[in-house]
Design a protein around this ligand. Sequence first.
Ligand code: GLU
Length: 265
Amino acid sequence: MSIASAIAAARKIVVKIGSATLAKPDGTINIAFMQDFAGQCAALNKAGKQIALVSSGAQLAGISTLDRWARKTDMNYRQALCAIGQVELMNEWSGAFRRCGLHTGQLLFTKEDFNDSRRALNMRNTLFTLVDEGVIPIINENDSVACDEIRIGDNDNLSALTAILWNADTLILFSDIDGIYTDNPKTNPEAKLIEIVDDIAGLKKRVTIGSANNFGTGGIATKIEAAEKVCAYGIPMILANGGCAEALGALALGQLRGTLFLASH
Ligand code: GLU
């Protein structure tokens, strides 16, 4: 199986965009990217694919809006910043999709919601209803209410839980890295992109899993955790660089390389 064939075979696709992909080099939110990305989702949608988008960037959009809070680290300020930023983020997504003739719906989840069977059932029903009615669900963690005990903490794991909740056919994580390498490509020019992973436990022994990268919350470790979750459920996962031109369309056409984690069954 290749990345292109995994996408071709999929009807329900969860796509996750990380903060690093949504940020411009100056740290503000990249609206042009969002408009372009919405266009790519709309094209796939027209081709018969159902898309649910997991978007990070609440905090980033909050800082873009209220720059003076950028250095506030207290929890109440972080959470307030996400409350501000989530609105801005959704405004941009909703505008971007509306230009393509699509409506969006916002879903904000916490770990507790996934662990509570009644809430999870309601989340699932809402997700199915939105998608069945042609609306694009835009999902994020409910950062303003999530404290340590109920936090998922990163959107890689959140998108894996969402893919499982929705019985998605594939999960695509867009990050600022091209995929998993045999070593750190920034320091080792010999590092090679691993294009197919069919043994995650073996991979974990082979690659150096550093701590989080500079931008997102997760880094490689949470991407591998996400792959472990979905692959165990029979859902393949694709990790690719969202910053490449027309990333989603290029992946579907087999023109963009990345790492494909094969489902375990
Ligand atoms: N929920 C966070 C936000 O929107 C992002 C978490 C992550 O980067 O994985 O700011």
